[in-house]
Write a protein that binds this ligand. Sequence first.
Ligand code: ADP
Ligand code: MG
Length: 259
Amino acid sequence: MVVAVAADGEAEAASLNGIANMIKLENLTKIYNIGSVNVPALNGVSLDIKRGELLSIMGPSGSGKSTLMHMLGCLDTPSSGRYLLEGEEVGSLNENQLAEIRNRKIGFVFQTYNLLPRLTAQANVELPLLYGNGSARKKRATNALERVGLADRTAHRPTELSGGEQQRVGIARALVKDPTILLADEPTGNLDSRSSEEIMAILQWLNREEGMTVVIISHDSDVAAQTNRVVSMLDGLIISDEPVVDPLIVPPSPSGGPV
Ligand code: ADP
Ligand code: MG
Protein backbone atom coordinates (compact mmCIF):
# COMPACT_ATOMS: atom_id res chain seq x y z
CA MET A 1 0.00 0.00 0.00
CA VAL A 2 1.19 3.48 -0.86
CA VAL A 3 1.56 5.77 2.11
CA ALA A 4 0.09 9.13 1.30
CA VAL A 5 2.33 12.12 1.61
CA ALA A 6 0.86 14.39 4.24
CA ALA A 7 0.04 17.86 3.01
CA ASP A 8 1.31 19.47 6.15
CA GLY A 9 2.89 18.71 9.49
CA GLU A 10 -0.41 18.54 11.30
CA ALA A 11 -1.87 15.96 8.95
CA GLU A 12 1.31 13.93 9.18
CA ALA A 13 1.28 13.97 12.97
CA ALA A 14 -2.40 13.05 13.02
CA SER A 15 -1.92 10.17 10.63
CA LEU A 16 0.79 8.77 12.86
CA ASN A 17 -1.59 8.34 15.75
CA GLY A 18 -4.34 7.05 13.54
CA ILE A 19 -6.82 9.90 13.80
CA ALA A 20 -6.08 11.51 10.48
CA ASN A 21 -8.90 12.89 8.45
CA MET A 22 -9.12 10.48 5.61
CA ILE A 23 -11.06 13.07 3.69
CA LYS A 24 -11.00 16.81 3.98
CA LEU A 25 -13.20 19.00 1.81
CA GLU A 26 -12.76 22.74 2.00
CA ASN A 27 -15.40 25.01 0.54
CA LEU A 28 -16.02 22.77 -2.43
CA THR A 29 -18.22 24.00 -5.25
CA LYS A 30 -19.45 22.32 -8.39
CA ILE A 31 -21.16 24.09 -11.23
CA TYR A 32 -22.30 22.01 -14.19
CA ASN A 33 -22.26 23.84 -17.48
CA ILE A 34 -24.93 22.77 -19.94
CA GLY A 35 -24.61 24.89 -23.01
CA SER A 36 -24.91 28.43 -21.75
CA VAL A 37 -26.68 27.42 -18.55
CA ASN A 38 -24.80 27.02 -15.30
CA VAL A 39 -26.30 24.63 -12.78
CA PRO A 40 -24.81 25.03 -9.32
CA ALA A 41 -24.85 21.61 -7.61
CA LEU A 42 -22.49 22.24 -4.68
CA ASN A 43 -22.27 25.70 -3.17
CA GLY A 44 -19.40 25.51 -0.72
CA VAL A 45 -19.18 22.19 1.10
CA SER A 46 -16.67 21.62 3.87
CA LEU A 47 -16.51 18.17 5.40
CA ASP A 48 -14.02 16.03 7.31
CA ILE A 49 -14.31 12.25 7.33
CA LYS A 50 -12.09 10.20 9.60
CA ARG A 51 -10.81 6.73 8.97
CA GLY A 52 -13.24 4.14 10.26
CA GLU A 53 -16.36 6.30 10.12
CA LEU A 54 -19.79 5.02 9.08
CA LEU A 55 -21.52 8.07 7.76
CA SER A 56 -24.75 8.79 5.91
CA ILE A 57 -25.52 11.71 3.65
CA MET A 58 -29.20 12.60 3.46
CA GLY A 59 -31.22 15.22 1.64
CA PRO A 60 -34.03 15.65 -0.87
CA SER A 61 -33.63 14.92 -4.55
CA GLY A 62 -31.47 17.53 -6.26
CA SER A 63 -29.72 18.64 -3.07
CA GLY A 64 -26.31 17.61 -4.39
CA LYS A 65 -25.75 14.22 -2.74
CA SER A 66 -24.69 12.36 -5.87
CA THR A 67 -22.54 15.26 -7.00
CA LEU A 68 -20.81 15.19 -3.64
CA MET A 69 -20.26 11.45 -4.00
CA HIS A 70 -18.81 11.95 -7.46
CA MET A 71 -16.34 14.39 -5.95
CA LEU A 72 -15.51 12.09 -3.03
CA GLY A 73 -15.06 9.19 -5.44
CA CYS A 74 -12.75 11.13 -7.75
CA LEU A 75 -15.16 10.65 -10.65
CA ASP A 76 -15.15 14.37 -11.30
CA THR A 77 -13.31 17.44 -10.09
CA PRO A 78 -14.77 20.42 -8.24
CA SER A 79 -15.18 23.85 -9.81
CA SER A 80 -13.42 25.38 -6.82
CA GLY A 81 -12.30 24.46 -3.33
CA ARG A 82 -9.94 21.83 -2.02
CA TYR A 83 -10.16 18.06 -1.66
CA LEU A 84 -7.55 16.12 0.27
CA LEU A 85 -7.79 12.33 0.25
CA GLU A 86 -5.34 10.77 2.72
CA GLY A 87 -3.29 13.93 2.48
CA GLU A 88 -3.20 13.85 -1.30
CA GLU A 89 -4.58 16.88 -3.09
CA VAL A 90 -7.01 15.42 -5.63
CA GLY A 91 -9.07 18.47 -6.54
CA SER A 92 -7.00 19.39 -9.57
CA LEU A 93 -5.83 16.07 -10.97
CA ASN A 94 -6.30 15.08 -14.60
CA GLU A 95 -8.46 12.17 -15.82
CA ASN A 96 -5.68 9.58 -15.71
CA GLN A 97 -4.55 10.58 -12.25
CA LEU A 98 -8.14 10.48 -10.98
CA ALA A 99 -8.61 7.02 -12.47
CA GLU A 100 -5.45 5.85 -10.76
CA ILE A 101 -6.65 7.12 -7.36
CA ARG A 102 -10.10 5.58 -7.83
CA ASN A 103 -8.54 2.31 -8.75
CA ARG A 104 -6.32 2.31 -5.70
CA LYS A 105 -8.58 3.74 -3.02
CA ILE A 106 -12.29 3.78 -3.79
CA GLY A 107 -14.95 1.08 -3.78
CA PHE A 108 -18.31 2.05 -5.30
CA VAL A 109 -21.68 0.50 -4.56
CA PHE A 110 -24.59 1.50 -6.83
CA GLN A 111 -28.35 1.58 -6.36
CA THR A 112 -28.84 -0.61 -9.43
CA TYR A 113 -25.91 -2.97 -8.61
CA ASN A 114 -24.39 -2.57 -12.13
CA LEU A 115 -23.56 -6.26 -12.48
CA LEU A 116 -22.89 -7.81 -15.88
CA PRO A 117 -25.85 -10.13 -16.49
CA ARG A 118 -23.99 -12.83 -18.38
CA LEU A 119 -21.29 -13.28 -15.78
CA THR A 120 -21.46 -15.31 -12.59
CA ALA A 121 -21.15 -13.65 -9.21
CA GLN A 122 -17.55 -14.86 -9.09
CA ALA A 123 -16.69 -13.40 -12.52
CA ASN A 124 -18.43 -10.10 -11.70
CA VAL A 125 -16.31 -9.74 -8.58
CA GLU A 126 -13.11 -10.69 -10.42
CA LEU A 127 -13.76 -8.03 -13.04
CA PRO A 128 -11.95 -5.14 -11.31
CA LEU A 129 -8.86 -7.35 -10.93
CA LEU A 130 -7.53 -6.86 -14.41
CA TYR A 131 -4.05 -7.96 -13.57
CA GLY A 132 -2.52 -10.78 -11.59
CA ASN A 133 -2.67 -14.46 -12.30
CA GLY A 134 -5.90 -16.39 -12.48
CA SER A 135 -5.68 -18.25 -9.22
CA ALA A 136 -4.82 -15.14 -7.17
CA ARG A 137 -7.75 -13.32 -8.76
CA LYS A 138 -10.06 -16.20 -8.07
CA LYS A 139 -8.99 -16.37 -4.46
CA ARG A 140 -9.49 -12.68 -3.83
CA ALA A 141 -12.94 -12.71 -5.41
CA THR A 142 -13.95 -15.79 -3.43
CA ASN A 143 -12.76 -14.12 -0.26
CA ALA A 144 -14.78 -10.97 -1.02
CA LEU A 145 -17.89 -13.07 -1.69
CA GLU A 146 -17.36 -14.91 1.60
CA ARG A 147 -17.20 -11.61 3.45
CA VAL A 148 -20.67 -10.69 2.18
CA GLY A 149 -22.06 -14.13 3.01
CA LEU A 150 -22.30 -15.42 -0.56
CA ALA A 151 -19.81 -18.28 -0.49
CA ASP A 152 -22.57 -20.58 -1.74
CA ARG A 153 -23.69 -18.37 -4.62
CA THR A 154 -20.45 -17.84 -6.55
CA ALA A 155 -21.65 -19.67 -9.68
CA HIS A 156 -25.00 -17.88 -9.86
CA ARG A 157 -25.75 -15.25 -12.46
CA PRO A 158 -27.49 -12.00 -11.45
CA THR A 159 -30.92 -13.22 -12.66
CA GLU A 160 -30.54 -16.23 -10.37
CA LEU A 161 -30.05 -14.01 -7.32
CA SER A 162 -32.43 -11.87 -5.26
CA GLY A 163 -32.02 -8.10 -5.26
CA GLY A 164 -30.35 -8.21 -1.87
CA GLU A 165 -27.96 -10.92 -3.07
CA GLN A 166 -27.14 -8.93 -6.21
CA GLN A 167 -26.31 -5.95 -4.05
CA ARG A 168 -24.09 -8.19 -1.92
CA VAL A 169 -22.21 -9.14 -5.10
CA GLY A 170 -21.95 -5.41 -5.79
CA ILE A 171 -20.40 -4.91 -2.36
CA ALA A 172 -18.00 -7.81 -2.89
CA ARG A 173 -16.92 -6.27 -6.20
CA ALA A 174 -16.32 -2.97 -4.40
CA LEU A 175 -14.24 -4.75 -1.74
CA VAL A 176 -12.10 -6.92 -3.96
CA LYS A 177 -9.31 -4.39 -4.44
CA ASP A 178 -9.09 -3.49 -0.75
CA PRO A 179 -10.23 0.11 -1.06
CA THR A 180 -9.60 2.55 1.76
CA ILE A 181 -13.17 3.84 1.50
CA LEU A 182 -16.52 2.45 0.39
CA LEU A 183 -18.97 4.90 -1.24
CA ALA A 184 -22.54 3.73 -1.64
CA ASP A 185 -25.15 5.85 -3.49
CA GLU A 186 -28.63 4.73 -2.36
CA PRO A 187 -27.45 1.11 -1.90
CA THR A 188 -30.85 0.04 -0.57
CA GLY A 189 -32.92 2.24 -2.88
CA ASN A 190 -34.22 -0.69 -4.95
CA LEU A 191 -34.66 -3.14 -2.10
CA ASP A 192 -37.51 -4.19 0.19
CA SER A 193 -37.06 -3.52 3.88
CA ARG A 194 -35.74 -6.98 4.71
CA SER A 195 -33.09 -6.97 1.99
CA SER A 196 -32.28 -3.43 2.94
CA GLU A 197 -31.52 -4.55 6.49
CA GLU A 198 -29.38 -7.34 5.10
CA ILE A 199 -27.28 -4.81 3.19
CA MET A 200 -27.04 -2.48 6.19
CA ALA A 201 -25.96 -5.42 8.38
CA ILE A 202 -23.09 -6.07 5.97
CA LEU A 203 -22.03 -2.43 5.72
CA GLN A 204 -22.12 -2.12 9.52
CA TRP A 205 -20.14 -5.34 9.88
CA LEU A 206 -17.47 -4.17 7.42
CA ASN A 207 -17.20 -0.93 9.34
CA ARG A 208 -17.18 -2.45 12.82
CA GLU A 209 -15.14 -5.60 12.24
CA GLU A 210 -12.84 -4.54 9.41
CA GLY A 211 -12.59 -0.84 10.20
CA MET A 212 -13.77 0.05 6.71
CA THR A 213 -14.67 3.70 6.18
CA VAL A 214 -18.18 3.74 4.70
CA VAL A 215 -20.19 6.64 3.28
CA ILE A 216 -23.82 5.92 2.42
CA ILE A 217 -26.08 8.26 0.50
CA SER A 218 -29.72 7.67 1.29
CA HIS A 219 -33.21 9.13 1.31
CA ASP A 220 -34.19 6.69 4.01
CA SER A 221 -34.09 7.82 7.63
CA ASP A 222 -34.02 4.16 8.75
CA VAL A 223 -30.73 3.77 6.88
CA ALA A 224 -29.36 6.96 8.43
CA ALA A 225 -30.28 5.69 11.90
CA GLN A 226 -28.09 2.66 11.24
CA THR A 227 -25.00 4.81 10.70
CA ASN A 228 -22.93 6.72 13.25
CA ARG A 229 -23.17 10.19 11.76
CA VAL A 230 -25.72 11.94 9.57
CA VAL A 231 -24.83 14.77 7.23
CA SER A 232 -27.88 16.55 5.77
CA MET A 233 -27.80 18.51 2.53
CA LEU A 234 -30.07 21.09 0.95
CA ASP A 235 -29.47 23.16 -2.17
CA GLY A 236 -25.85 22.16 -2.48
CA LEU A 237 -25.00 22.93 1.13
CA ILE A 238 -24.54 20.92 4.30
CA ILE A 239 -27.29 22.10 6.65
CA SER A 240 -26.54 19.77 9.55
CA ASP A 241 -23.92 17.26 10.63
CA GLU A 242 -24.79 15.25 13.72
CA PRO A 243 -23.59 12.09 15.43
CA VAL A 244 -26.24 9.37 15.81
CA VAL A 245 -26.69 8.99 19.55
CA ASP A 246 -27.72 5.37 19.64
CA PRO A 247 -27.17 3.83 16.22
CA LEU A 248 -29.38 0.87 15.45
CA ILE A 249 -27.27 -2.27 15.06
CA VAL A 250 -28.80 -4.54 12.45
CA PRO A 251 -28.50 -8.23 13.30
CA PRO A 252 -27.16 -10.49 10.55
CA SER A 253 -30.00 -11.92 8.49
CA PRO A 254 -31.05 -15.57 8.86
CA SER A 255 -30.41 -16.07 5.13
CA GLY A 256 -26.69 -15.61 5.53
CA GLY A 257 -24.26 -12.75 5.63
CA PRO A 258 -21.42 -12.05 7.98
CA VAL A 259 -21.72 -13.35 11.52
P1 ADP B 1 -29.12 14.38 -5.53
O1 ADP B 1 -28.22 13.21 -5.70
O2 ADP B 1 -29.17 14.93 -4.15
O3 ADP B 1 -30.50 14.11 -6.05
P2 ADP B 1 -27.52 15.63 -7.62
O4 ADP B 1 -26.16 15.78 -7.07
O5 ADP B 1 -27.76 14.51 -8.56
O6 ADP B 1 -28.56 15.61 -6.41
O7 ADP B 1 -27.93 16.97 -8.36
C1 ADP B 1 -27.72 18.27 -7.82
C2 ADP B 1 -28.08 19.31 -8.89
O8 ADP B 1 -27.15 19.26 -9.95
C3 ADP B 1 -29.44 19.12 -9.51
O9 ADP B 1 -29.98 20.38 -9.76
C4 ADP B 1 -29.13 18.39 -10.79
O10 ADP B 1 -30.11 18.64 -11.76
C5 ADP B 1 -27.79 18.95 -11.18
N1 ADP B 1 -26.94 17.97 -11.89
C6 ADP B 1 -26.49 16.79 -11.40
N2 ADP B 1 -25.70 16.16 -12.28
C7 ADP B 1 -25.64 16.98 -13.36
C8 ADP B 1 -24.97 16.90 -14.63
N3 ADP B 1 -24.19 15.87 -14.97
N4 ADP B 1 -25.14 17.93 -15.50
C9 ADP B 1 -25.91 18.98 -15.17
N5 ADP B 1 -26.56 19.13 -14.01
C10 ADP B 1 -26.43 18.14 -13.11
MG1 MG C 1 -28.59 11.23 -6.32
